[in-house]
Design a protein around this ligand. Structure first.
Ligand SMILES: [Zn+2]
Length: 298
């Protein structure tokens, strides 16, 4: 069952490929996590903001060249739907690294108004402070979500291929363990909409970094062979179709997260330009979706 579910039926609009700008953000929620009290987590689409093409309409990031006022308006619209204050919006300046920042009440709101105030050189965020909304930005890269229901801590990581093979998922688990005493078997994880294996062709230079994680079969190890098969498929001209979501799932399990505790979407951002911004599909000039996770204040 697909864990990332749209919050309303938009079949008609999607068929017409109109980027609704009715100031009512269309959001995806992580369905299996809806039963966790006080937790909110999900992913925005490109519908329901105020932005103009090529950022129509719910671009949530400043760095793509969109009007800053429109970005702030869109963030206000999203937080409004989540019952969080606009000032709760907290984000990093993403660099495809694996640094994880620990967000206390003092960092709440960093990056809300501009890039300069964001946590610098930061692709991962964790917090246990209610009323903080962790956010990060995407147009094909993989959003990773973490939640420890025992210690009441949350985390969010931006994982393109570089962050994935750098092991940002491992850094997230280690940080939650160190900062909050999280046990790995308690941590829930979710892998959100990103470019899929259907659309993501990479060369051998990328695959060399991927293979480090794979325990490629030496002999007749059918299990390891099947793991590798789920992560990539050989394509023409020495290229490879890479499944970054499955790669992250594999790394999460290596980090000690239980297989049953990982939700993984089937959404491909490149296959669905009527719902998502896609960097590859739109040749680089486009908006960004936001992932979010936060603990509501009592
Ligand atoms: Zn695709």
């Amino acid at each position: 069952m697909e864990p990332f579910v749209l919050d309303k039926n938009v079949t008609k609009e999607i068929a017409e490929q109109t980027y609704r700008n009715d100031q009512d953000p269309l959001l995806l929620y992580i369905q299996p996590w809806q039963s966790f009290e006080r937790l909110t987590a999900g992913f925005t689409t490109r519908h329901g903001g105020v932005g103009q093409a090529p950022y129509a309409s719910l671009n949530c990031a400043y760095h793509v060249g969109d009007d800053a006022e429109a970005v702030l308006s869109n963030r206000r619209l999203v937080t409004g739907k989540l019952a969080f204050a606009l000032e709760a919006w907290t984000c990093g300046e993403q660099v495809h690294g694996k640094h994880v920042a620990v967000i206390t009440a003092a960092e709440r709101g960093r990056g809300l108004l501009d890039r300069q105030s964001a946590l610098q050189d930061t692709d991962g965020l964790v917090t246990n402070v209610p009323g903080v909304l962790l956010t990060s930005f995407y147009a094909d890269c993989v959003p990773l979500y973490f939640y420890d229901p025992v210690k009441q801590a949350v985390g969010l990581a931006h994982a393109g291929w570089k962050g994935t093979v750098a092991g940002i998922a491992v850094s997230m688990v280690e940080t939650m363990e160190r900062e909050y005493g999280s046990r790995r078997e308690d941590i829930r994880a979710a892998i959100g909409p990103s470019i899929g294996e259907c659309c993501y062709e990479v060369d051998e230079a990328v695959m060399q970094h991927v293979r480090v994680w794979l325990d490629e079969p030496q002999g007749n190890d059918e299990y390891e062979r099947s793991v590798s098969r789920s992560i990539y498929t050989p394509a023409a001209d020495g290229k490879t179709m890479l499944n970054l979501k499955e790669c992250n799932r594999h790394i999460m399990m290596k980090a000690g997260i239980l297989p049953d505790h990982i939700e993984c979407t089937t959404w491909c951002t490149s296959c669905h330009p009527e719902i998502f911004f896609s960097y590859r599909k739109e040749n680089g000039t486009t908006g960004r979706m936001a992932s979010w996770i936060g603990l509501e204040e009592r």
